[in-house]
Design a binder for this molecule. Structure first.
Ligand code: GRF
Length: 187
């Protein structure tokens, strides 16, 4: 199969990146990771790109400069899909329009609930029984856009943020790979 050329955007630990790298090594997985971009030079996730010799670029710059450099990199490498994975910068409308219908994101809640940060704290505080994660298309609004896959996770009573985060992240890894397969099985 001809794999699509993907770029993963990260800012931190990069465990979703690590998981996508593992899936992408499978011959039948629809994408090849052609580039990893981090907006944070201290992102631990960069080490996974290096370990697997994936081209990677640190663009530790403010909004406009970051996007200018990123857009050039994505165009030079003919990137067909951008996967935001723990990417903590909000992209501008201009950037999103440049890659319209080509950007997906993972968010640690069942959207539209708990957009933004501290999703686990907020779900526990609200005494939710169920939370989860959502992979969605990125549009011009924050944590909006059409859902591709959602995965539900039970919140046990007395569970703390770290415990819940661990459980949700385990589901995130599955959700991200399922979402990528789903996108291309529909084409
Ligand atoms: C994930 O929980 C993701 O849902 C959120 O940021 C976290 C990133 O974790 N957007 P990692 O960098 O993939 O380890």
């Amino acid at each position: 199969m001809v794999k699509k050329r993907a770029c993963i955007f990260i800012s931190g630990t990069g465990t979703n990146l690590r998981s996508i790298i593992n899936f992408s090594r499978d011959y039948n997985f629809p994408i090849n990771i052609s580039l990893v971009i981090s907006n944070n030079r201290n992102a631990e996730g960069i080490s996974f790109a290096k370990k697997f010799s994936i081209p990677n670029k640190i663009i530790d710059q403010n909004g406009e400069r970051f996007e200018k450099i990123a857009i050039k990199e994505l165009k030079d490498k003919k990137i067909e899909l951008v996967c935001l994975a723990g990417f903590m910068k909000i992209l501008t409308k201009n950037f999103i329009r440049n890659f319209d219908g080509k950007i997906i994101n993972i968010h640690p809640s069942l959207l539209p609930k708990y957009k933004g940060l501290n999703t686990f704290e907020r779900a526990i505080k609200k005494r939710e029984k169920i939370t989860g994660c959502t992979v969605h298309w990125v549009n011009e609004k924050l944590d909006d856009g059409k859902t591709i896959i959602k995965k539900r996770v039970k919140i046990e009573s007395g569970e703390n943020v770290e415990e819940l985060k661990k459980k949700v992240q385990k589901e995130e890894y599955k959700a991200y790979s399922m979402a990528i397969r789903k996108i291309y099985s529909l084409n």
